[in-house]
Write a protein that binds this ligand. Structure first.
Ligand code: 3PG
Ligand code: MG
Length: 394
């Protein structure tokens, strides 16, 4: 799928409202701990600056629920973005009121301004028309580059796009193009590696991928609900009992369609989720009560890596274990390295797997590293995202 992109727009001297996803992780001091989403926004912003646009960036940060909350101010993002862009990004502590209007009116061609957090306004999440009208009045052209928020039918994503000539930024367009490739015409063999803690978050994507992949490799906390559904004892591992029926249905569908679901054969277990906890590597049928699986074991990691190595298309989402703690990071590292070394087309879904890749220095070794967590999963569930539907096709 191809969206109409910003390079089709006449932006010289015009005010362009850009919806970004600058929802970046920050530490207690307000320092940005992962700037992937900021760096990913640069191609569109540079293009707009180079073409004389008066650039008005906008984003949400966190979930302040329609109220002002200093902890979620975008001021630190304006500073970080200035450094990355190599030019001043002015900041206005207002979303769409008088101060925002004054700041946008004062912009010259090539100037860049960042508005305050969109979610300080109750109208944002409500997709409110009156709020959208105030936002739209700030600009003459709208560019959506917020792939990470494309699954949210919020005012800055949907209602504003109906009020201004709307274009996709280069990031949104690339995300949609690359993720669509996985669904539309993947080169076989196609292998998907899924992890993360909750199987309930992944059932829809597993179901949609089932008809398209040759094998589904499943690790992370979510694998224990599948192992339990196969009648194994999983000790104190994460378990979503209320998902057992759904998981059994999925396993039956996979068996019917000849898709291999590859589950761990060995796991690293501990009694506590702590880096210094005593740990053991055991077969999946030997997890004792009181112990919980915190990583896939080395035999499983090697098996997953071999599947990835032989694939022509790979999608990976979700860590294989508690990779934030070094003793439980080996499985995630093995998958990350296999994906990075693959000669096939490789796509990694955002969130924790993107963070793991970055932590391992492998972020630039995959064909497409998505900036969307929930958004990339919903796309692979086969849903039409509101933020994508709001932009005309090319
Ligand atoms: C994300 O980080 O998942 C996106 O920025 C969307 O944020 P949200 O889940 O708070 O809507
Ligand atoms: Mg989210």
């Amino acid at each position: 799928m191809e969206l109409r992109t910003v390079d089709q727009a006449d932006v010289n001297g015009r005010r362009v409202l850009v919806r970004n996803d600058f929802n970046v992780p920050m530490d207690d001091q307000g320092r940005i701990t992962d700037d992937l989403r900021l760096r990913a926004s640069l191609p569109t912003l540079r293009w707009l600056v180079d073409h004389g646009a008066r650039v008005i960036c906008s984003s949400h940060l966190g979930r302040p629920k329609g109220r002002r909350d200093e902890r979620y101010s975008l001021a630190p993002v304006a500073a970080a973005l200035s450094a990355l862009l190599g030019r001043e990004v002015a900041f206005v502590d207002d979303v769409a009121g008088g101060a925002a209007r004054a700041a946008t009116a004062g912009l010259g061609g090539g100037d860049v301004l960042l508005l305050q957090n969109l979610r300080f306004e109750p109208g944002e999440e409500a997709d409110d028309q009156a709020f959208a009208a105030r936002l739209a009045e700030l600009a003459e052209v709208y560019v959506d580059d917020a792939f990470g928020a494309a699954h949210r039918a919020h005012a800055s994503v949907v209602a504003v796009a109906q009020r201004l000539p709307a274009y996709a930024g280069f990031l949104l367009a690339a995300e949609v193009r690359e993720l669509s490739r996985l669904l539309e015409d993947p080169e076989q063999p196609f292998v998907a590696v899924l992890g993360g803690s909750k199987v309930s978050d992944k059932l829809a994507v597993l179901g949609n991928l089932l008809g398209r992949v040759d094998a589904l490799l499943i690790g992370g906390g979510m694998c224990f609900t599948l192992l339990e559904a196969q009648g194994r004892e999983v000790g104190d591992s994460l378990l979503e009992r209320d998902q057992l029926d759904a998981v059994q249905g999925l396993l039956a569908r996979a068996a019917d369609s000849g898709v291999r679901i590859v589950l761990p054969e060995d796991v690293v277990v501990a009694r506590e989720v702590r880096a210094d906890a005593e740990r053991r590597t055991v077969a999946v049928d030997a997890i004792e009560p009181g112990w919980r699986g915190l990583d896939i074991g080395p035999r499983t990691a090697a098996r997953f890596a071999a599947h990835v190595r032989d694939a022509r298309t790979v999608f990976w989402n979700g860590p294989m274990g508690v990779f934030e703690l070094a003793p439980f990071a080996a499985g995630t590292r093995a998958v990350a390295e296999a994906v990075a070394a693959s000669g096939g087309f490789t796509v990694v879904g955002g969130g924790d797997s993107a963070a793991a890749l970055a932590q391992m220095g492998l972020a630039d070794k995959v064909d497409h590293l998505s900036t969307g967590g929930g958004a990339s999963l919903e796309m692979l569930e086969g849903k039409t995202l509101p933020g994508v539907a709001a932009i005309p096709s090319a």
